[in-house]
Design a protein around this ligand. Structure first.
Ligand SMILES: *[C@@H]1O[C@H](CO)[C@@H](O)[C@H](O)[C@H]1NC(C)=O
Ligand SMILES: *[C@@H]1O[C@H](CO)[C@@H](O)[C@H](O)[C@H]1NC(C)=O
Length: 395
């Protein structure tokens, strides 16, 4: 049984809604009551207005320029030193350049703790909208602009209460997380290293103890075209692809107690040109979420199953596959969770301690009904403050 520490939240970010309450991460809902959020009163809250402004700037992967410019001037206005990191040298010359943002409140660029999340979203864009008194809707309202806003406000509150010093912690917000992780991979070129990195992704205010790995590949079936009335004169790429996919669906994939089953998604299929033509080529794209094992072992299983069906099917594995990722979760008072999505965690090299935490539920995150409980945003601020303090051993 965990010994719980009550967290007394005193400096609530929302002015007119200020109230104090106790938080116990995950073990009971952090804040029970709706906040009574309105267009009028949220403007007076740095947390809620920053979150609203971020959600209202469209930043679908590859189009993060505007949100980057916005955050850069926002942090500068709060006396942070801000650096842009263009993800490649060509970017800096473009009008709509994409860049990561490193922001630090003190004189030191290299801090012990880093709070980080991503500023890109999946498509399509949905503008910010309040529903009722406590629901905030919009693209990125959960994934991951809630984390961005809460991490900044957490750092501000820790500094204001002098719980940490300005050179203890900094912020890093990256592009391209939803689209291969190139933003975070570029961070490896900064030559920096942190003792602790707190990653922001929706974990329902729980501390993630790990996430599944991933393996993505294409099957390309090569056939021989011909008139459909004489199938024996050709070879249907569609027919062999279907058999190969059927073999993959019954393939036994590794499982583990911690992460459950490895799952397979046949995400897209394309093949042939017309009903009366034997298909010459057919392609399927497949994603496997790994619950155990090295991705190389699973590649072997896939190859064996596919080649067992037909030698004329090519298997092209995408780069960046990885096995399940274990994450530090040794902090009292948080409930833990494992998640099935990928994160930027494996893209950042280094020996740092790593935590994964954030408000909101991944199940709505990429949907047309992405939304967040306003009170969860407040709880996230408290969660990040606690993680930073635990990391600095000042809790
Ligand atoms: C894993 O798969 C097995 C067999 O299909 C199933 O019985 C079990 O419920 C699954 N476990 C989880 C955690 O989904
Ligand atoms: C980097 O992160 C992205 C986004 O989560 C992921 O798709 C990709 O596989 C990761 N790459 C590596 C090398 O870990």
């Amino acid at each position: 049984m965990l010994k719980l520490r009550n967290i007394l939240c005193c400096s609530l970010a929302i002015g007119t809604l200020a109230h104090s309450h106790e938080l116990q991460y995950g073990l009971s809902p952090a804040i029970e009551q709706p906040l009574g959020l309105t267009e009028a009163n949220l403007a007076s809250s740095p947390l809620f207005s920053l979150h609203r402004d971020l959600v209202n700037i469209e930043s679908i992967s590859n189009n993060e320029h505007s949100v980057g410019v916005f955050l850069e001037s926002y942090f500068r206005a709060h006396d942070y030193t801000v650096e842009r990191q263009y993800i490649n040298s060509l970017e800096s010359k473009k009008g709509n350049a994409r860049f990561n943002i490193l922001a630090y409140p003190g004189s030191e660029r290299q801090t012990s703790v880093l709070l980080t999340s991503h500023i890109d979203t999946v498509p399509p864009f949905y503008a910010y909208k309040l529903h009722g008194k406590d629901d905030i809707w919009g693209r990125g309202s959960v994934d991951a602009k809630a984390c961005v806003a809460a991490q900044f406000v957490a750092l501000q509150e820790l500094l204001a209460s002098e719980s940490i010093s300005p050179n203890d912690a900094s912020l890093l917000f990256v592009v391209g997380e939803e689209n291969g992780g190139e933003g975070m991979r570029a961070v490896n070129d900064l030559g920096m290293k942190w003792d602790t990195v707190v990653f922001g992704e929706p974990t329902e205010l729980k501390l993630a103890s790990g996430h599944k790995g991933i393996l993505i590949f294409e099957l390309i079936a090569h056939g021989k075209a011909g008139h459909s009335g004489y199938p024996w004169l050709g070879k249907s790429a569609n027919h062999i692809l279907i058999s190969a996919l059927a073999a993959l669906q019954i393939l036994e994939l590794p499982s583990s107690e911690k992460y459950g089953n490895t799952t397979l998604n046949i995400g897209s299929m394309n093949g042939g040109v017309a009903a009366n033509v034997i298909a010459e080529t057919a392609v399927a794209k497949i994603g496997i979420r790994l619950a155990a094992d090295d991705p190389n072992d699973v590649k072997e299983l896939v190859l064996k199953a596919v080649k067992g069906v037909d030698e004329d099917i090519e298997v092209v594995f995408y780069g960046g596959s990885y096995g399940p990722v274990d994450i530090d979760h040794d902090v009292e008072g948080f409930e833990t969770i494992t998640v099935n999505y990928g994160t930027d965690i494996p893209n950042l090299s280094g020996e740092h301690k790593r935590y994964l935490f954030g408000p909101g539920n991944i199940l709505v995150a990429h949907s047309d009904h992405e939304h967040l409980k306003a009170r969860d945003l407040l709880s996230a601020v408290e969660g990040y403050k606690r993680l930073v303090q635990v990391a600095l051993k000042s809790w």
